[in-house]
Design a protein around this ligand. Structure first.
Ligand code: FAD
Length: 291
């Protein structure tokens, strides 16, 4: 099933993200993580892609593995530094393995590297257009409730989002956010710009304080007071931080669903135990259509 079709079915759709291993000898461990996550029967499982190269071939491998377990796979694909032939090669391989959903991204250059002047793709909308023209894929794209770090301002960032829709994207997945008000305001502003695609809201259960430093270095997500209080109180106590992080993410999802957001993507950081706890906490909230 394509993700576009999944989003057309009634009810709440909770999906999970996994990342592939960096080395061949970790492939079995990654498969074990994927098996445990797929047992939760998520709406789909997305598999990240290393823009810099080393994990790229494992993205296809893990995506195919997700499909083999009877769960829809969403394979991430970045285009920074990629040629059209290389992109087509990846798409051919995915298609051959029965993977028909791709999250089309620009990706980031390694720190300090310059953007090549002869780049085949300069922005994600160009990759989306190429995949759309080729056909056979349901195409997702990234969006940023607090603005992309490189964007001049949020208004222009929303113009770029409109380019992705116009290029043929089928749905959007948000960068993580910790304050639902930020998402509601973003959805409102996106709609005013004519962005009408279904949006899956990215929720990250923060289960240790170390993750926060990484989040802040990779995204422009702001941390609300309620979240900072949890970090202050439990950040140095791993067991308590894990409980509190799972409770915070559960609470965030319940509020999203209560406010009509039906598609939620969990940044599971390859922790099936954390994903399982959230699925269990939500229980019947995931089952009914509540409409
Ligand atoms: P773009 O859409 O190209 O946007 C980048 C910047 O350029 C933005 O500031 C935007 O406003 C601007 N812009 C966009 N289009 C235009 C245009 N046509 N003209 C002028 N300006 C424009 N990275 C990975 O390496 N691997 C992954 O697996 C991965 N998965 C991700 C999943 C999600 C849900 C998200 C939110 C991000 C993910 N990323 C991943 C990170 C992503 O690659 C970076 O955030 C990257 O910097 C931007 O990617 P993009 O596709 O949004 O790029």
């Amino acid at each position: 099933m394509t993700i576009r079709e999944t989003f057309q079915t009634p009810g709440v759709h909770l999906s999970c993200e996994v990342f592939p291993p960096k080395a061949f000898d970790k492939l079995d461990d990654a498969r074990a993580v994927v098996r445990a996550i797929c047992q939760l029967r998520p709406a789909y499982v997305s598999v990240t892609y290393g823009a810099a190269g080393n994990t790229q071939r494992f993205t296809q491998e893990i995506s195919a593995y997700v499909q083999s377990l009877g769960v829809t796979a969403l394979s991430h694909l970045t285009c920074v530094n990629a040629t059209r032939d290389a992109v087509n090669g990846v798409l051919d391989a995915l298609q051959a393995q029965g993977v028909h959903n791709v999250l089309a991204l620009r990706g980031d250059l390694p720190e300090g590297a310059a953007f090549p002047t002869d780049a085949h793709f300069r922005h994600a909308n160009e990759l989306i257009a190429a995949i759309h023209a080729r056909g056979g894929f349901c195409v997702g794209a990234a969006c940023y409730p607090e603005g992309h770090p490189e964007a001049f301002d949020r208004d222009r960032d929303l113009d770029s989002l409109r380019f992705k829709q116009d290029a043929g994207a089928d749905f959007l997945t948000t960068q993580m956010f910790f304050d639902n008000t930020v998402l509601y305001q973003f959805l409102f502003r996106a709609l005013k710009k004519g962005v009408t695609l279904p949006v899956s809201a990215g929720v990250m259960p923060v289960v240790n304080a170390r993750q926060i430093r990484r989040i802040l270095s990779l995204s422009s997500a702001s941390l609300p007071q309620r979240f900072l209080a949890i970090l202050d109180r439990f950040g140095r106590d791993p067991a308590s931080m894990e409980k509190a992080g799972i409770a915070y993410a559960t609470d965030q999802i319940i509020d999203l669903v209560a406010n009509g957001v039906n598609h939620i993507h969990l940044y599971t950081m390859n922790r099936p135990d954390v994903a399982r706890a959230i699925f269990q906490n939500l229980g019947p909230i995931l089952e009914g259509s509540h409409e």
